[in-house]
Each structure stands twice: as structure tokens, then as C-alpha cells.
Design a protein around this ligand. Structure first.
Ligand code: BTN
Length: 231
């Protein structure tokens, strides 16, 4: 893995779109001026208060692309679980603790590269996270002590390990399912301006969340790009 460290950047994902293609390139920034979240949201990116990291990989088969969100979610979960056992996953790739989001992943698929951007809230205070749409937390707020460098090292190791699993066809979605309390529960699906409830039955081999709609009993396969799910 080649590493690039930056003091400041617009977004580590955008940086990787601009550089020449390079397999297994990782960029880490102390601060982002235009940190991006999923669905066009902003990602809070103040200096030193979070980990802002993006990875570039290739070759990318359609199978790797469809499962990468889940696999990298498990990679981040494993990284954080070294610090505390209470972290869990929320499909498709958010990491939660105590009902609040602590980390998110922004995967972006280009014609020649897959970029996976990972943000982990380290030392934000309650006040700094108050304005966010989704209830958010940080390691500091949760009282979890950490060593930034060690955490980064572990994250890079785990993301590489899960890319290797993906590329050998050895990533099993069960790894995700078992740390995702959404499964088996009543959920609310928000698809554009449509909203319905149902039961999350599991995750299929394409990485879709399978939900049985409460209204008509129909089984729906949800792609991460289109929906948000609450429980
Ligand atoms: C989400 O909405 O949950 C995804 C958040 C992803 C944030 C990370 S921080 C590093 C990388 N650069 C970005 O601009 N976004 C991702």
C-alpha cells in the first residue's frame, strides 16, 4: 500500500480522482475543506478531530463493486472493535455505538478505479456534532481512548485484508449480517419521498438488504444508493 499524507485537502476522495491511477494507494488528510458524505451531504472534517482516509483499488469486478461497501464496513468495524466491543454496523456501511453514528464510508466507483473514503469521528465534542442531521458521536464523547497512529495503521491493514478477500471471492456477507442489529428487526425504508415499514430479513449475495414490506408482504431488494433505513 502506498501512502500519501496531506495537511489539508478538499476531500481525500476527490484527491484520488485527480491523481494518476495507482492500485492500492491510500491518502490521509489532517483536515478536509470539502469533506463529502453519502447522498450529497457534507462530512465534518476539522483539523485533527477525525480520521479522513481514502483508498484506491483496481481491478474492480462488478462483484467487488457491489460488495465493497459491506466489506469495508466490516474492515472499519474490526478496526474500532480493537478499542471497544460495543461498535456495530448499520447497513449499508455506517458504524454506530450507543445509537449514534461514529464513522461512515463513501465508496465511489469510476471506470478505472474504486475509491473508498472513510471518516471516523475521533475527538469532536457534543456541541460540534449537534448540527448534524444524523445523531453522531465520537470516540472522545464515548470515553474511548485511542492512539491515532495505531488506529490508522490498523484501518489500513483491515481495509487491505478485506480488499484481498473481495478479490478472491472470499468475502461472506454473513460477516456483515452478524454485526448488524437491523437484521430481523422492523425497519422504516425511505426511498425518495416514499416511506414504508417492513422487516429486514437479511443481506443477499449482491449486498442488497432484503426487506419484507409490512403493507403487502412483498419482498424488496434494496440497493444502498437508493434508500435509507431506520429502526
Ligand atoms: C457517510 O456519509 O457516512 C460517508 C462519510 C465519508 C467521509 C469520508 S472522510 C474521507 C473521505 N473523503 C470525503 O470527502 N469523504 C470520505
Amino acid at each position: 500500500m502506498r501512502l500519501v499524507f496531506l495537511e489539508e485537502v478538499d476531500s481525500t476522495n476527490e484527491y484520488l480522482k485527480r491523481v494518476d491511477f495507482c492500485h492500492r494507494l491510500c491518502v490521509v488528510a489532517k483536515k478536509q475543506t470539502g469533506g463529502k458524505g453519502r447522498r450529497g451531504k457534507k462530512w465534518i472534517s476539522e483539523e485533527g478531530k477525525g480520521l479522513y482516509v481514502s483508498f484506491m483499488f483496481s481491478p474492480i469486478s462488478p462483484k467487488i463493486a457491489s460488495l465493497s461497501s459491506l466489506a469495508f464496513g466490516v474492515a472499519v468495524l474490526n478496526t474500532l472493535k480493537c478499542l471497544d466491543d460495543r461498535f456495530y454496523l448499520k447497513w449499508p456501511n455506517d458504524i454506530y455505538i450507543n445509537g449514534r453514528k461514529v464513522s461512515g464510508i463513501l465508496p465511489e466507483l469510476l471506470s478505472d478505479r474504486l475509491i473508498a473514503g472513510i471518516g471516523i469521528n475521533l475527538s469532536y465534542t457534543e456541541e460540534e456534532l449537534l448540527s448534524l442531521e444524523v445523531p453522531a458521536t465520537s470516540l472522545l464523547i464515548e470515553g474511548i481512548s485511542f492512539d491515532r497512529e495505531k488506529l490508522l495503521e490498523k484501518l489500513i491493514f483491515e481495509v487491505n485484508r478485506y480488499y484481498n478477500k473481495l478479490s478472491k471471492g472470499m468475502f461472506d456477507v454473513k460477516e456483515f449480517e452478524k454485526s448488524c442489529p437491523l437484521i430481523g428487526r422492523e425497519v422504516t425504508v425511505i426511498e425518495g419521498n416514499r416511506r414504508y415499514t417492513g422487516r429486514a430479513l437479511g443481506i443477499d449475495t449482491d449486498g442488497c438488504l432484503v426487506v419484507e414490506s409490512e403493507m403487502d408482504g412483498k419482498i424488496k431488494r434494496l440497493f444502498s444508493a437508493d434508500v435509507s433505513v431506520r429502526f
